[in-house]
Ligand binder design. Structure first.
Ligand code: IMP
Ligand code: MG
Length: 174
């Protein structure tokens, strides 16, 4: 089957400009304190690279992978940690870097999972937000762009593992 890719929603230039703005905001909010950046695999890697370059604080990076099952059902509450952090976050300022908050189910589980490890704080920075799809009570502290209910691809985001390498954000027409 051939996918129909829509128009460009956000160019690389727009995304990098937004990363710079959010980086400045984050630097101000954390007041020079070190930040432990946690990238959610795999979708957030491209956004992580942009964000980390724009945060002047002392930064450590780590990676976590969660997978949710039963997507499509309202009760898809089970989220499984497939790859946990390598480092110790106790007493640290954790900043989760996410690709997109859709229902919010994955992120709310992830946030609770990280909070159990005794960090000083846990905040969320997402490239994209689809607020109209929210089920779980979770809100990003820093959002690149809010979008309508589209299935977006590119800049790390996939459709069946494809399109992660597009240097812009587009969507699948369906
Ligand atoms: P959740 O519904 O907020 O738990 O979303 C979980 C994950 O699904 C996100 O972190 C993305 O990796 C993926 N996802 C949700 N919406 C989209 C989309 O429009 N395009 C690509 N991936 C998506
Ligand atoms: Mg994700």
């Amino acid at each position: 089957m051939i996918d129909t890719v829509g128009r460009v929603l956000f160019t690389e230039e727009q995304i990098i400009k937004r990363a710079r703005e959010l980086g400045r905001e984050i630097a101000e909010d954390y007041n020079g304190e070190p930040i432990y950046m946690v990238c959610t695999l795999r979708g957030a890697v491209v956004w992580m690279a942009d964000m980390m370059k724009n945060i002047p604080n002392d930064v450590e990076i780590d990676f976590i992978m969660a997978s949710s099952y039963g997507s499509g059902t309202i009760s898809s509450g089970s989220v499984n940690i497939k790859k946990d952090l390598e480092g110790d976050i106790s007493g640290k300022n954790v900043l989760i870097i996410e690709d997109i908050v859709d229902t919010g189910i994955t992120l709310s589980h992830l946030k609770k999972h990280l909070e159990k490890k005794g960090p000083k704080s846990v905040k969320i920075c997402t490239l994209l937000d689809k607020p109209s799809r929210r089920i779980a009570d979770v809100k990003a502290d820093y959002t690149g762009f809010s979008i309508d209910n589209l299935f977006v691809i590119g800049y790390g985001l996939d459709y069946d593992q494809k399109y992660r390498n597009l240097p812009y954000i587009s969507y699948i027409e369906g």
